[in-house]
Write a protein that binds this ligand. Structure first.
Ligand code: PLP
Length: 257
């Protein structure tokens, strides 16, 4: 979707893709970065198929732009590796409607193209201390509360360790099981969106229904790909993952007879 939008403004091209399967990130050897490329855009964690870049793409001098909507504050990052980071607030930070942008100062020196509306020119927001128009105050208040909560948990590093444990426990159970399966390759697996399916896929609707009865919600995969998905953002405690695994064990026993 970002690619299609970029095409409306400038000449955009795809550096690499694993479409239509998305079972791993595209290997570096397959990337084709053309001369005169202004920036490289990528999504470190993709939520629909549960695919994650486990390394930051090394692109030398080309500014790297990252949509971190689903992963900002779920793991430590080196901000200096990026030209621009942005994230919608709705996963780990606040309510939908607030967007966080971290941009390198030197990238703000260039005049924006005249077709860019003033409101979408990042320099406008820098010049006005993010108050060019009235910001969504309640969303900012919730973000502030969330930042305090993250600090109280021991910070992003502590949450990252918990996030890794949550994902590892669930993938380990899925891999051991012959009832459930995960098609994403090991080193490309998201630590916050665990996408999986039941080998007998006709049981998935019943799985979602019974899970709800056990207080386990939102396990349906994204409508465009189907299957099942457990999103394990910062707000999900490890107890939630344990409860899910326990339910999955019971469900598989009941339906393997
Ligand atoms: C969650 C997410 C979306 C979807 O955003 P919604 O506003 O919740 O539909 C898009 N892009 C990325 C990178 C995301 O993580």
């Amino acid at each position: 979707m970002a690619y299609e939008e970029a095409c409306k403004l400038k000449h955009a091209y795809s550096v690499a893709t694993t479409a239509p399967n998305f079972t791993h990130t595209p290997p570096k050897a397959d990337w084709e970065i053309k001369n005169n490329t202004t920036y490289l855009y990528y999504v470190p964690n993709e939520t629909i198929n549960g695919v994650r870049f486990n390394k930051i793409p090394a692109v030398n001098t080309i500014p790297l732009i990252a949509d971190m909507t689903s992963c900002l504050l779920s793991e430590p990052i080196n901000v200096a590796d990026f030209g621009l980071i942005f994230a919608g607030a709705q996963k780990n930070i606040s309510i939908a409607g607030l967007t966080i942008v971290i941009v390198r100062n030197d990238l703000l020196k260039n005049e924006a193209s005249p077709v860019i509306p003033t409101m979408l020119d990042y320099r406008t927001h820098v010049m006005h201390d993010s108050l060019y128009a009235t910001p969504p105050g309640f969303n900012c208040y919730i973000a502030h509360k969330m930042f305090q909560w993250i600090k109280a948990q021991g910070g992003v590093e502590a949450l990252y360790q918990i996030n890794r444990q949550k994902a590892a426990a669930l993938y380990e159970y899925i891999d051991e099981s012959s009832f459930y399966t995960c098609r994403v390759e090991g080193d490309s697996r998201s630590i916050v969106n665990v996408c999986f399916s039941i080998v007998k896929s006709e049981l998935e609707a019943e799985f979602v229904k019974q899970a709800k009865e056990h207080g386990l919600y939102a396990l349906q995969g994204h409508r465009t790909v189907g299957g099942l998905r457990a999103s394990l953002y910062n707000a999900m405690p490890i107890e939630g993952v344990k409860a899910l695994i326990s339910f999955m064990q019971d469900f598989s026993k009941e339906h393997s007879k």
